[in-house]
Ligand binder design. Structure first.
Ligand code: COA
Length: 195
């Protein structure tokens, strides 16, 4: 069984991080939960500085404090996913966006990795004292909706996004309950080694 861990981005992952984004382009995939890395491909060092600023930012209507992690596979130290946790929500994110955005590397999808990605993020939310988190996805994004459902997400709202011409769904996850209910499934898949 592969084991995974969340790692805070640093210089040692520069090449693989850029390859992670480029793989999304190659597969024509949506990019989510990367903390804006797609806009910093020629300035990785600047992106690390941005992430440091994101963590301590005072929330406003444009931006909120957030943490971004790489989901790394222990066996080969490869970035297989990313996740972005918004620590508070402003009005815009309350309406659409929610607390957590994520992605899995296109060549590594449908291996159960995003469920581990979300479980690890929920553990971090627990440390941060978040009681409930809101997550949004398009109804037809089955990989995302099923990830939320697999971690105990409750569908609380559904609306039609006129601009995107897609139905959007909002799920709520009770953080403590989720970690308690699903730890037996996911803890064995988490690396205990610090990478
Ligand atoms: C959504 C995404 C993160 C899913 O990652 P993943 O690693 O493939 O997901 P998992 O393997 O952990 O699967 C989670 C669940 O979704 C199901 N699933 C995954 N991809 C699916 C697909 N394309 N169609 C149907 N079901 C799918 C899995 O079978 C699993 O369901 P289960 O719990 O019933 O077994 C990935 O497809 C992705 O990065 N997409 C682009 C970015 C994106 O859409 N982010 C979310 C925005 S809301």
């Amino acid at each position: 069984m592969e084991r995974l861990i969340h790692v805070r981005p640093d210089m040692s992952y520069k090449e693989d991080a850029i390859a992670y984004i480029n793989e999304h382009y190659a597969y024509n995939s949506a990019i989510n939960g990367v903390g804006g890395l797609n806009r910093y491909l020629d300035d990785y060092e600047g992106w690390l500085e941005k992430l440091a600023a994101d963590r301590v930012m005072v929330p406003n209507e444009e931006r909120v404090p957030a943490e971004t992690y790489f989901l790394v596979r222990e066996s080969d130290n490869r970035i297989v996913g990313m996740i972005n946790i918004r620590l508070v929500l402003n009005e815009r994110l309350q309406k659409s966006g929610g607390h957590i955005g994520y992605s899995i590397r296109p060549s590594e999808r449908q291996k159960g990795y995003n469920k581990i990605n979300l479980y690890l993020a929920l553990k971090r939310c627990q440390e941060l004292g978040l009681e409930n988190v809101l997550l949004d996805c398009y109804k037809n994004n089955l990989g995302s909706a099923k990830t939320m459902q697999a971690l105990g997400g409750v569908l609380i709202n559904e609306w039609y996004d006129e601009e995107e011409e897609e139905t959007e769904q909002r799920y709520c996850i009770n953080v403590n309950e989720s970690v308690m209910n699903y730890q037996d499934i996911y803890e064995p898949q988490i690396s205990k080694r610090r990478l």
